[in-house]
Design a protein around this ligand. Structure first.
Ligand code: SF4
Length: 242
């Protein structure tokens, strides 16, 4: 890995909010995406996170984790996830949980009635059977993760904030308005990366991108020198050329 690669610059403000501003070689970066899979998975094997819910194949346990993780750090969620599962060992038990008892558990994370309601909605839905669409209480990302864990392909690839940031920089594109995770160019790039792989392999790649965004391609100071995508990242190339 070249040590000459510098941290990627934060993209300039945009004048084209719908299509985004390109400040790198967007087309060639996108074309290299399928070839990045091995580097990404190799990096994740060595440096990715291993929270306990990722070892579970139980959709209910994974759904509980994804709801707790909404705007909450994984290391904090780890303190509550297992006690919550122990107290409510199946979706049916959480679906009818006493509100005060549930709040006593998730209150350790500073979470209140709204999150408790999402947990119960998700549990009630899973107690019946997960359908092809969004799972109540979970957004498109969490619903997509559950679909992949269930060995099904979601309607759209799961894209959270970390994944959107990595992909935006990799492609060399930024947006002035709206969330990057909802932009077509970002969703298409993630779909390209995941294409023609099994749901389980896709889930491993999704987790790898999330972890890369959390640990390497961070919001303020991306560590391009330590990034498995640096050789073909448009932002890293742009920084190198400055
Ligand atoms: S994806 Fe990697 S190489 Fe590109 S900006 Fe982020 S940390 Fe740097």
């Amino acid at each position: 890995m070249s040590l000459r690669v510098r941290s990627a610059p934060i993209a300039p403000p945009v004048a084209e909010p719908n299509s985004g501003t390109h400040y790198g070689d967007n087309a060639s970066a996108a074309a290299t995406l399928p070839r990045q899979v091995r580097q990404l998975l190799c990096w994740a094997t060595k440096s990715g996170r291993r929270p306990p819910w990722r070892l579970s194949s139980d959709l209910y346990e994974l759904g509980v984790a994804e709801i707790l993780l909404q705007k909450t750090k994984a290391e904090d969620v780890e303190k509550v996830w297992r006690p919550l599962i122990d107290q409510y060992p199946c979706s049916s038990s959480l679906a009818v949980a006493d509100d005060e008892a549930l709040l006593r558990v998730i209150g350790h994370l500073g979470l209140g009635p709204q999150r408790a309601g999402r947990l119960k909605s998700m549990a009630a839905a899973l107690a019946k059977s997960p359908g092809p669409g969004p799972v109540p209480g979970l957004g498109p990302y969490g619903s997509g993760v559950l679909a992949l864990a269930d060995n099904r392909n979601p309607r759209a690839p799961p894209v959270d904030g970390n994944i959107a940031r990595v992909m935006s920089r990799y492609l060399g594109v930024s947006f002035g308005r709206g969330e990057a995770r909802k932009k077509t160019v970002i969703r298409d790039a993630v779909a390209t990366l995941l294409a023609r792989r099994s749901p389980r392999r896709k889930l491993a790649l999704v987790y790898a991108l999330v972890d890369l965004g959390a640990a390497v391609c961070t919001p303020k100071s991306p560590n391009c020198a330590g990034c498995p995508l640096s050789r073909s990242c448009a932002s890293a190339a742009f920084a190198e050329a400055l």
